[in-house]
Write a protein that binds this ligand. Structure first.
Ligand code: FES
Ligand code: FES
Length: 222
């Protein structure tokens, strides 16, 4: 299925988002890694993870750019402005609203997390113009494939308001893609960059570990 989208407006004046991201060295940032806080504890300090996603050339984002990318099962061609984030492209142009914006695009909350080329990234700090040729998974796509992590989050009540849940689900799915048998420490480490204002932290490790067990059962049956 091929869908084409045309970009909308160009931001004018002031410091562009792109310039800010570049200057801050954050264009290739991924969710920070720190253990999930236990109930009643503040989240542990974060440490940066390795960059993920396609590398941009120096000039690839100097003006409106046509990018072609796969999002879940769909192919999209979109003209993007140099300052647009991947989150903006997904939400405002493609219409996928699961990447959220709790911290105002500061890279502090993980609610905007999606999977880019197999790795969890903060879509608020990923430039859309750098995503040409990329494969993106969002929580919508993970739910559509009936991935066990979705049912596990339901079974273990791993959310209350649900605002943070798409980001957690994307980070958890990326973990399960690379680790078939994660320990509680693995889960806490992987999800450390995702914050939850409803404080559901203690529910996530058992949910992800249960999803991993279900995935292993699926593999043994096939
Ligand atoms: S909106 Fe991206 S980290 Fe908070
Ligand atoms: S479930 Fe409400 S913010 Fe996490």
């Amino acid at each position: 299925m091929t869908e084409e989208k045309k970009a909308g407006e160009v931001e004018r004046g002031g410091i562009s988002r792109r310039s800010f991201l570049r200057d801050a060295g954050l264009a290739a940032a991924v969710p920070a890694v720190a253990p999930i806080a236990r109930a009643g504890e503040a989240p542990a300090p974060r440490t940066p993870a390795a960059p993920a996603g396609p590398a941009a050339s120096e000039d690839s984002c100097d003006g409106p750019t046509m990018v072609q990318l796969t999002v879940n099962s769909g192919q999209y061609r979109c003209e993007v402005q140099p300052h647009w984030s991947l989150r903006q492209l997904l939400r405002d142009e493609i219409g996928l609203t699961s990447p959220k914006d709790w911290c105002g695009g500061l890279g502090a909350c993980g609610s905007c997390t999606v999977i880019l080329n197999g790795r969890p990234v903060l879509s608020c700090l990923t430039l859309a113009c750098e995503c040409h040729g990329a494969a993106v998974e969002t929580a919508e796509g993970i739910a559509n494939t009936k991935h066990p992590v979705i049912q596990a989050y339901i079974d273990y009540n791993a959310f209350q308001c649900g605002y943070c849940t798409p980001g957690f689900v994307c980070t958890a799915k990326a973990l399960l893609d690379r680790n078939q048998n994660p320990t509680e420490a693995d889960v806490r480490d992987a999800l450390g960059g995702n914050l939850c204002r409803c404080a559901t932290y203690q529910q996530h490790p058992p949910a992800v570990i249960a999803a991993a067990a279900e995935l292993r059962r699926d593999r043994s049956r096939s």
